[in-house]
Design a protein around this ligand. Sequence first.
Ligand SMILES: Cc1cc2nc3c(=O)[nH]c(=O)nc-3n(C[C@H](O)[C@H](O)[C@H](O)COP(=O)(O)OP(=O)(O)OC[C@H]3O[C@@H](n4cnc5c(N)ncnc54)[C@H](O)[C@@H]3O)c2cc1C
Length: 464
Amino acid sequence: MAAQSFDVVVIGAGPGGYVAAIRAAQLGLSVAVVEREHLGGICLNWGCIPTKALLRSAEVFHLMHRAKDFGLKAEGIGYDLDAVVKRSRGVAKQLTSGVGHLLKKNKVTVVMGTATIPAKGKVSVKTDKGTEDLTAKHIILATGARARELPGLEADGDLVWTYKHALQPGRMPKKLLVIGSGAIGIEFASFFNTLGADTTVVEVMDRILPVEDAEISAFAKKQFEKQGLKIREKAMVKQLDRAKGKVTAHIEQDGKIEKVEFDTVISAVGIVGNVEGLGLEELGVKVDRTHVVTDAYCRTGVDGLYAIGDIAGAPWLAHKASHEGVMVAEMIAGQDVHPVKPESIAGCTYCHPQVASVGLTEAKAKEAGYDIKVGRFPFIGNGKAIALGEPEGMVKTVFDAKTGELLGAHMVGAEVTELIQGYVVGRQLETTEEDLMHTVFPHPTLSEMMHESVLDAWGRAIHF
Ligand SMILES: Cc1cc2nc3c(=O)[nH]c(=O)nc-3n(C[C@H](O)[C@H](O)[C@H](O)COP(=O)(O)OP(=O)(O)OC[C@H]3O[C@@H](n4cnc5c(N)ncnc54)[C@H](O)[C@@H]3O)c2cc1C
């Protein structure tokens, strides 16, 4: 059979790939997307969406326990883990079938199978029915990433889990060890701890959520500990001894090794890019530590071959993948595009309390040589936070003292993952403290704290 020809073939239908495919099709290009497992990628099937569905169940459960605080009665509070997981899988399914409809509506050809690139401009797909050959003027690599496995700490699906196992647990852990306190580790720790698992988080760095501002990490840690989460920083899991129904973890801290027993371990020690088996080496594509090396426009250096999303490196976030997908599609269609700026991409962690940030931390701003002004505002000074029964949290802003440029914003507390976008827009519009001070924030909202934090940087906060 003659090879089918397209302007663009996208490999991988995650939030990078499917968005690139839709945008390219909108711009009049003929597009195919190849997917080996399921439309929507990790994000919709095993990442962003199903975790948020689980965390929502945990949040409601937590609030039910607090019913009395709100003058309500709730008796016999409990949960059915299978039903919680079923809801999460249902939400994921609803969204992935939505992606199928969107691709169809935009006339994108979907080829289910595993793609390789035998030569420039050619994609070979192993499908259930045999091999399908495609030719493409442009190929976009969007094959994503998978969980990193450390030697000796590998997941087995029974005692030691990756995020995939943790998203569909066959049982509720009683004594849980989470290795790694990045967003994924902390979200699972928060979920299982809220449902009653005796949970310990081990982090090799000197603080949890190590990419966040140090003050935010410390604030979050205090809140987590109040909820009973055990946190061990500057600690390393060196070994896991697996026996029937239990794992003994060898945890190194302060030069000593302690052996602690758990019934479940979640390994959340980062991700590695899906770079294997694609033929990248033969094409001369540069790969550095499992990620394809690209320029600011996602070009790989091989004519007509681009890499976007997780396979192209940090930050490993769905919105970064999608934005790169749009940029590349528009560039291929001949439009003027702007590179995605990593420092303007917000990171959100949907634990309880939530954490969200964009731009430089206070330490990084100082390291970069800025003379800075820092503003802070606590949730306890905000009417809406108190009315919601969520008085624990803070908003922190970092400005360039000379120009007033908003360098970074950092938040911990209720709904901050929704609030952060206000600062992201501000940074995109190159806002200064003056613009933000002159902006009128609706009352009563949590967003008023974003205003107050800016005012505080100049010693003008009203409510604290
Ligand atoms: C537990 C968890 C929670 C997360 N939560 C968030 C969050 O809240 N917010 C956020 O922004 N990010 C979150 N992420 C990260 C987010 O999921 C990723 O950044 C995002 O999915 C990356 O998109 P992508 O398109 O680059 O790759 P992916 O989503 O990984 O998609 C890649 C696709 O390519 C396919 N593929 C791979 N190789 C081939 C091949 N050879 N042929 C055909 N198809 C192939 C794969 O099957 C996959 O479907 C989370 C991740 C995890 C694991």
